[in-house]
Write a protein that binds this ligand. Structure first.
Ligand code: OSB
Ligand code: MG
Length: 368
């Protein structure tokens, strides 16, 4: 297809409740949406970067900048473009995976809408609904946490992930385990808040039968994760460190992780995400789909990915109302702990124009 232009749109959505992690407390989601306009169709992309560079070095304004100055203009050189050519075309530009992923996603959606193919089918999905977990933020007190977890279990979530940090780790995990029993699928996410010197402390989580500990150490510390994995019995899962299929293969080979959280936005797109899935399946490493407080746009695509065969653990693919009272698309609603994989062409969903406008902060049109 031939691209004629891309619209960049920054939106701001209030969260239903503050979401606290080891790196920030969020009360709203600022997100960057892309609308790729081609000669035959249009497609949507959602950039997972946050407003501030705390989870990753990329952030909303850096993504908007590199997209408008470098990435989108580069595609002007292509008379005919398909999604598989986007990543190679952008390869000369170093890094900026979140920005690249959003652009590839928009082109992929446009292309699949034109050909009538659902993203799930294109990626190789084998399920029509996926089991959903939920990520639970750091709270001010254990009773408050127990109440939040009870609410999510009432909603039907099949797996609980607790955000942890030094000072909020062993006690909340012990309390949730004691209160909800040994059958609860429970895992923790540190977002790189520890160092290898904390290994003995983290071994204190061993008795609680966690599915995994996600990203205990800093992003670049692959060797540290390999050493930590030998000192604790909880399986180590990597999130921030997994930036590509090559990085995943290296981390697995070095023993730095035995489970992988795949976030398409973090690794440069859904096509690279599928390659990571394939690498992990080949190594017998279970994967699950992470989340980045996506709107319905990103959530739809994550559900398509999470329907691939290697996604054997529930993901952070929660329902729209986990974070948003009003989503910019029709909401994804949990049913029996599952969300449906969209079946329409491309993402199978699009923003509701009035709602989108209501939450839009800025728009920019980049003609090609
Ligand atoms: O580390 O998985 C993470 C949210 C923002 C940034 C990083 C992470 C998270 C979550 C929530 O844990 C995932 C979600 O439900 O969208
Ligand atoms: Mg994480």
């Amino acid at each position: 297809m031939k691209l004629t232009g891309v619209e960049l749109r920054q939106i701001r959505l209030p969260l239903v409740a503050p979401f606290r992690t080891s790196f920030a407390t969020q009360t709203e989601r600022t997100a960057l949406l892309l609308r790729a306009v081609g000669t035959e169709s249009e497609g949507w992309g959602e950039c997972v970067a946050m407003a501030e560079p705390r989870y990753s070095s990329e952030y909303v304004a850096s993504c908007a900048d590199v997209l408008s100055r470098h990435l989108i203009p580069e595609l002007a050189r292509y008379e005919s473009l398909d999604a598989t050519t986007v990543a190679p075309a952008l390869e000369p530009f170093r890094g900026h995976r979140m920005a690249k992923a959003a652009l590839e996603m928009a082109v992929l959606d446009a292309e699949l809408r034109a050909s009538g193919v659902p993203l799930a089918r294109e990626l190789g999905a084998v399920r029509d609904r996926v089991p959903c977990g939920v990520s639970v933020g750091i709270m001010d007190s254990v009773p408050e946490l127990l109440e939040a977890v009870a609410g999510y279990l009432d909603d039907g979530y099949v797996r609980i992930k607790l955000k942890i940090e030094p000072g909020w780790d062993i006690e909340p995990v012990r309390a949730v385990r004691q209160h909800f029993g040994d059958d609860l699928l429970l895992q923790v996410d540190a977002n790189a808040a520890y160092t290898l010197a904390d290994a003995r402390h983290l071994a204190g989580l061993d008795p609680f039968g966690l599915l995994l500990i996600e990203q205990p150490l800093e992003e670049e510390d692959i060797l540290g994760h390999a050493q930590l994995a030998k000192l604790i019995s909880t399986p180590v899962c990597l999130d921030e460190s997994i930036t590509s299929a090559r990085a995943a293969a290296a981390a697995i080979t070095l023993g730095a992780c035995s489970i992988v959280n795949i976030k398409p936005g973090r690794v440069g797109g859904y096509l690279e995400a599928r390659r990571i899935h394939d690498v992990c399946v080949a190594h017998g490493v279970p994967v699950w789909c992470g989340g980045m407080l996506e709107t319905g746009i990103g959530r739809a695509a994550n559900l398509a990915l999470a329907a691939l065969p290697g996604f054997t653990l529930p993901g952070d693919t929660s329902a729209s109302d986990r974070f948003y009272r009003t989503d910019i698309t029709d909401p994804f609603v949990l049913s029996d702990g599952h969300l449906p994989v969209p079946t329409g062409p491309g993402l199978g969903i699009e923003p509701l124009p009035e709602v989108l406008d209501e939450f839009t902060v800025t728009t920019e049109w980049i003609a090609l």
